[in-house]
Design a protein around this ligand. Structure first.
Ligand code: ADP
Ligand code: ASP
Ligand code: MG
Length: 402
């Protein structure tokens, strides 16, 4: 069997954790399996690098940020290979350049396009454990790129697809995918299975346990994933196409604090206004999610939307270009968050949104914006209300363990 095992930052945070991971991989190797290990940077290394970079230049060129960030993963893989060697097992560490993991050219947010597998295959044929840097790639200019925060999951899934692996396991610091972040909702329940579509919604709307692109890729190439703990052998959560479980109306709650609301006030109430505004933003590659437009009055209207807080600065600059040309003015809030309920059975059940709103009302949480899809309802609320809101909604749908 060929097995891809990915370990996140907290699973390799220090010497003991590195040896713990090394032993776990060696167990698999000693059963006669081919083992490919994908690692993230140790602990909070990536945050640390970004903070230091910001002290030197808060507006650092993205190419140089990537040049810096890739060092985090490179440390992990080298230490891991050293640990395995000290345990007497042949291992080799490879970075994105050595494997050749080709991505699009967008620095800090690149997409994996193609992975060369020759070098990895060659090392596996020599009975080595192959340890690969997560999160990074190279683009057509032979520059390093990164895949967006949390992107090591995507590296692992892409490798599993490219190598036609028999299993892809994502090891982390919780035992699987829960009905809500167990750090925010203590009685959240571990799910034994979750579908790609539901997991994609969870990941996109804030459950960072998996990078959303990794779920997209798993679905596209039909890679079955297991999410489980690196610290024990508890059964994890299987992420796959269809589950035998009965479709839950609501299967879980997610929250995303990396959100800001931007409102463009007093724009012209005429055809083309939304097009022009969002076209400005699209040209700058700024993703928008919730959008709300007021009813026009006296020839003007307001358009509000949410963006990732990490894009707020760019968004405000871009919207200013728009208002300078077409009128209106900008207001924004950064201390807001999105809370979503997700469930494949929602589409065929009335009253789900109302029940969520009732729970929020009982918890005295004010809703600022609402957006829905077939299998999701999202509200924008004050960031300080997130814990209260999540627990209230989680309880209202009876998702907890007791
Ligand atoms: P890693 O470093 O292993 O990639 P992450 O920090 O990226 O780990 O993701 C794991 C974290 O995701 C958990 O510690 C947990 O707080 C958070 N999380 C958010 N939502 C969920 C959820 N629904 N189920 C499990 N964990 C979740
Ligand atoms: N080290 C990177 C990050 O912190 C990638 C990852 O952890 O998946 O975002
Ligand atoms: Mg992660």
């Amino acid at each position: 069997m060929l097995i891809v095992k990915k370990f996140g930052g907290s699973s390799v945070a220090d010497k003991d954790r590195i040896f713990n991971v090394a032993r776990r991989c060696i167990e698999e190797y000693n059963k006669g399996n081919d083992v490919v290990v994908v690692l993230s940077a140790m602990g909070k290394t990536t945050d640390g690098l970004l903070k230091q970079a910001a002290e030197i230049n808060p507006n650092a060129p993205k190419r140089e940020l990537d040049m810096l960030l890739v060092t985090g993963e490179q440390m992990s893989v080298a230490y891991m290979a050293m640990a395995m060697a000290s345990l007497g097992v042949p291992a080799v560490s490879l970075n994105a350049f050595q494997v050749a993991m080709h991505t699009s050219s967008a620095y800090t947010n690149a997409r994996l396009k193609r992975i060369d597998t020759e070098r990895i295959r060659h090392e596996l044929d020599n009975r080595k454990i192959v340890i690969v840097t997560g999160f990074q790639g190279i683009n057509k200019y032979d520059d390093y790129t990164t895949l967006g925060r949390g992107g090591s999951d995507t590296t692992a899934v892409a490798l599993a697809a490219a190598l036609h692996a028999d299993a892809c396991e994502i090891f982390t610091d919780v035992e699987g995918v829960y009905t809500a972040d167990p750090r925010i909702v203590p009685n959240a329940k571990k799910m034994s299975e979750v579908t790609y579509d539901e997991m994609l919604e969870f990941a996109t709307w804030g459950a960072k346990v998996l990078h959303n692109r990794s779920v997209e890729m798993a679905k596209r190439y039909n890679v079955q994933l297991v999410v489980r703990s690196s610290l024990n052998y508890a059964e994890g959560t299987v992420v796959k196409e269809d589950t035998k479980m009965e479709r839950m109306i609501v299967s879980g709650v997610a929250a995303d604090k990396n959100t800001s609301r931007v409102s463009v006030i007093g724009v012209k109430d005429e055809p083309g206004t939304a097009f022009k505004l969002f076209n400005y933003l699209a040209k700058k590659n700024i993703n928008i999610d919730m959008i709300l437009q007021s009813v026009g009055r006296d020839g003007t209207k307001d358009i509000s939307f949410t963006v990732a807080s990490t894009n707020l600065h760019d968004t405000l600059d871009t919207v200013k270009e728009y208002t300078d040309n077409y009128g209106g003015h900008v207001e924004y809030e950064d201390d807001v968050a999105k809370v979503s309920i997700i469930g494949a059975g929602m589409a065929t059940n009335a009253g789900v949104a109302a029940k969520m709103f009732e729970a929020l009302y009982n918890a005295r949480v004010n809703i600022k914006m609402i957006s829905t899809s077939e299998i999701r309802v999202t509200v924008l609320i004050d960031e300080n209300d997130v814990t209260r809101a999540m627990r209230a909604v989680h309880d209202a749908f009876d998702l907890g363990d007791d």
